[in-house]
Design a binder for this molecule. Sequence first.
Ligand code: AHM
Ligand code: MG
Length: 339
Amino acid sequence: MRQHAFSLRMHLTELRGSGQLDRELADIILDLVSAAKIISCEVNHAGLIDIQGIAGVTNVHGEDVQKLDIYSNDLLVSILRQTGSACGIASEESEDMIAPSTAGHSSNYIIFFDPLDGSSNIDVNISIGTIFSVYRRVSQSGPAQLDDFLRKGSHQVAAGYFVYGSSTMLVLTTGKGVTGFTLDQTSGQFLRSHTEIRVPERGKIYSCNEGNAAKWDEGTKQYVQSLKTAQPDGRGSYSARYVGSLVADFHRNLLKGGIFLYPGDYSDASKPPKGKLRLMYEANPMSMIVEAAGGAATDGRTRILDIQAEDIHHRVPLIIGSAADVADYEAYVAAGGRP
Ligand code: AHM
Ligand code: MG
């Protein structure tokens, strides 16, 4: 049976009433929603073609997947430039910052997005998503400057993601609490489906690409090993679950509890460890969400939201999820092995 429909618009009105966001920020969220609805349709279509094996699917589908990545990026950029809701735009798909339209010069907000996260999973019909992060500008007016972009995640004013899965969902935070909305295909509206999402204090799932284990530091290796045996408090061993789309892996662990790890690569001892995931487009928004839901996020030693961005494509190790699990991980890293 359908729940009483409480739309995203009603939710944004409620947040505005309690002073948690202004009209400009609400409009940005609605712009992102407009783009996500279209991306969701395109993603569903791409999956259908692959499942049904329509003629020429391999080549055409390969091209479509690439097109979908670019399509999602171009759609988001074009909507945000048309509405002028941002004075600065940065996308994981674009090397440089994207100039806002003249209308955006008076906006107070900077937007980062990963238009199609986990896009290598499109051709196998596995959940993918769009991630976004919003900051208030520090400059006064005109197009945003580099300092407006190079921030700490703790400065975010809103963050969220759309997951294109068995249903399309939006998970959103503006700082206080995390709310989930499900796209109702009949009305075309996002309806509130998950109020006050809290990540369990401890989970039973770990999510990482263990094919990379040889490149990890000793603390990480021993931590992951420790999850495979019965836990000291009488709980059994953890279960491994890894999709390879951050949005999907994060979403599952947010709701069920657990830990996602993309640790640094230590294989070149002469260089600092390399992270894969992007601070501004992936790590920061997910970290704002997880903290607002009672969880934690670290690069092993430093809280993700305290890391100063060095460039817009800065990469970091990301370990994120249930607070007690992340604390255990940090203890292993600090001890360089079992603490
Ligand atoms: P993408 O934004 O180019 O899709 O890359 C990021 C993705 C994440 O969604 C996922 O967590 C990770 O890369 C998976 O990496 P790997 O294939 O190395 O396990
Ligand atoms: Mg990504």
